[in-house]
Write a protein that binds this ligand. Sequence first.
Ligand code: KG4
Ligand code: ZN
Length: 364
Amino acid sequence: MNETITVLGLESSCDDTAAAVVRLADGQGQILSSVVYGQTALHAAFGGVVPEIAARAHAEKIDLCVEEALAAAGLALSAMDAIAVTAGPGLIGGVLSGVMCAKGLAAGTGLPLIGVNHLAGHALTPRLTDSLAFPYLMLLVSGGHCQFLIAHGPDSFTRLGGTIDDAPGEAFDKTAKLLGLPQPGGPEVERAAQGGDPTRFAFPRPLLDRTGCDMSFSGLKTALLRTRDAVMAERGGLTVPDRADLCAGFQAAVADVLAEKSRRAIAEYLTLDPAEPVLAVSGGVAANADIRAGLETVCAAAGLKFVAPPLALCTDNAAMIAWAGIERFRLGLFDGMDLAARPRWPLDTSQPALLGSGKKGAKA
Ligand code: KG4
Ligand code: ZN
């Protein structure tokens, strides 16, 4: 394979404005540049992403991001083969900023326009980083996503299950808030859990009694709140060891649920008889050492390779969108100026919608 394709990617679906240039050459993807402007500071005072603030910041930054990405790659816009952009799912104001910018660039240059599903961007990343062959099993696990997917092809995914309420990262963040720890909560809860006793408090393992791969994390957060209140009522406050035990117990519950549901997803995936069975993970929560260790154990027991792209490519970025654009380019999947920005865009439309998921509106 000696096809060379260079694509500019744009991402603006949540709270990161990003642009990247990715090239396929000699069958291998190469990130020529990847620029991400986070908005954490803008939203910090509000305890969550404020859609209007996010949209305005995207509109202000997206063209600067594009300029920086092209400069860092040392390439002009005319050296691109296409413009790829996240067209959903996400906060609509942000998605619109990216789509309008991409349409402007495509109209001005005559380059083809490619609309990319943000979740497909995450799900195809292991092909950029580890050249995975289809079909592989994917676990997206972040602040906004939690689902098991089988990737059959660049435009073909089966969703085996997902969260019916909160994403695990969201639950980690809320846990941190309830325990007076800073945001983002995941790394703080993980740190606080070190040396804690995960068995002192009995936290539930939601939906393990239900067949299939659907998950639920909002009840865990409520259990944590009740347990915290009970400890505080009994002792008049939380000691450092109390907090460590609460964090350790919560983390163990999330890790157990993800490990058990992965076992079930793997069993379903293996019925496809893949030549090189793989479970790939993506998303910030995959940085958690206990969760990762649980997934690695399950994979080893089932004979699967475990793949985790570098963290900067697991969290939101535009290199994954440019890469997904390259995959679509190779299939001849282009879009016209009627490309729509979509707040909801399930990857697997044959599955019923995950009731309750996406209620928070950030990502479907
Ligand atoms: O993928 P990501 O950067 O953004 C999206 O949500 O798309 O994931 C961020 C989430 C946050 O909720 C954060 O608390 C969580 O990932 N996270 C962790 C850890 N590091 C980040 N959760 C648990 N343990 C960690 N070490
Ligand atoms: Zn994402």
